[in-house]
Design a protein around this ligand. Structure first.
Ligand SMILES: NC(=O)c1ccc[n+]([C@@H]2O[C@H](COP(=O)([O-])OP(=O)(O)OC[C@H]3O[C@@H](n4cnc5c(N)ncnc54)[C@H](O)[C@@H]3O)[C@@H](O)[C@H]2O)c1
Length: 294
């Protein structure tokens, strides 16, 4: 689609990391930006910085796991700007689950599903009917992950299950939009190909009381910095992808109407082939990696 100045982009999880990079990039392209995030102070700071740079910005504190709040976001976006052309359902959290699946707390699953799965569905429900009614070309970009979207990292399995759901939800959305002959398309984003320096490792900062842990974790949360230091000590080199590169891939992908926003990487392709081979051979998964945090 033709992405150009004056259009409107909505980004959830826009106060930090990939969402903030997307908002900056859309603003740099001259789009009006609607920033939504559950974390108020960084959201305000992001909105102020973009406004100071000359962008037209609407910022709203929203928990994407709460349907009425996402509907309120859509109302506010349409009141302010009259249209939405790009919707990035990007807000996401790590679950904080530890141990084997049968030891996980139900609230780890409930919280991760509320944000990573229901959050995307709430975005689709609140915005897509109005985007279709507007009649203009548009794009819905849902953020998945290679963890789950391609194959699960078994020690981040709750997160992986949610991100697998995002792929399937987006494939189905694509089919529904295509069946309608809609000018709005769908894409699934796999940020990468390497790790990203974002706030995802500190997701617990946004965990609401209604999904609180029932008992303290056996192992304390590790920050990205602590993990990096441990990897360095073990002599392991870690590659990172700048968030700006992800934003570039999204903008290119929107222009090219690309469904799979999957950066080229030999490692990912190997995983896809190995998983497909396992299914075609009806053989047990042998491609599952130990999570790097394990
Ligand atoms: N960082 C990575 O390596 C990586 C890799 C693959 C996919 N992702 C995905 O990218 C997306 C962005 O994450 P990030 O890495 O930039 O992390 P981040 O923590 O820097 O950004 C996520 C943002 O979402 C917000 N958020 C959390 N819960 C919310 C809620 N209920 N409602 C609204 N906003 C909420 C947070 O406040 C934060 O601003 C997520 O969906 C994540 O799963 C990240």
């Amino acid at each position: 689609m033709d992405l150009r100045a004056g259009q409107v982009a909505v980004v959830t999880g826009a106060a930090s990391g990939i969402g903030l990079a997307l908002a900056r990039r859309f603003a740099a392209e001259g789009l009006k930006v609607v920033l939504a995030d559950v974390e108020e102070a960084p959201l305000r700071a992001a909105a102020d910085a973009l406004t100071a740079g000359g962008a037209e910005v609407l910022a709203r504190t929203v928990d994407v796991g709460v349907r009425d709040e996402v509907r309120g976001l859509a109302d506010a976006a349409y009141d302010a700007f009259g249209a939405v052309h790009v919707l990035c359902n990007n807000a996401g959290v790590g679950s904080g689950a530890e141990g084997r699946m049968w030891e996980h707390e139900v609230n780890d699953w409930k919280w991760a599903f509320a944000v990573n799965v229901w959050g995307v569905f709430h975005g689709i429900q609140a915005f897509v009917p109005r985007m279709l009614a507007g009649g203009a070309p548009g794009r819905v970009v849902n953020t998945s992950s290679t963890d789950g979207g391609i194959a699960p990292l078994p020690t981040a399995s709750v997160y992986a299950v949610t991100k697998a759901a995002v792929v399937t939800m987006t494939e189905s959305l694509h089919a529904h939009l295509t069946a309608e002959g809609a000018p709005v398309g769908a894409s699934v984003l796999f940020p990468g190909p390497h790790m990203l320096r974002t706030g995802l490792w500190e997701s617990h900062r946004n965990r609401p009381a209604r999904y609180a842990k029932e008992k303290p974790r056996r192992t304390p949360y590790r920050s990205l910095g602590q993990w990096e230091a441990a990897m360095q000590e073990a002599g392991q080199e870690i590659a990172f992808t700048p968030v700006e590169e992800v934003a570039d891939a999204v903008v290119d992908g929107i222009r090219a109407e690309r469904f799979w926003m999957l950066p080229p990487a030999e490692h990912t392709d190997r995983q896809i082939r190995a998983r497909a081979r396992s299914m075609l051979d009806r053989s047990a998964p042998s491609y599952l990696e130990r999570f790097i945090l394990d």
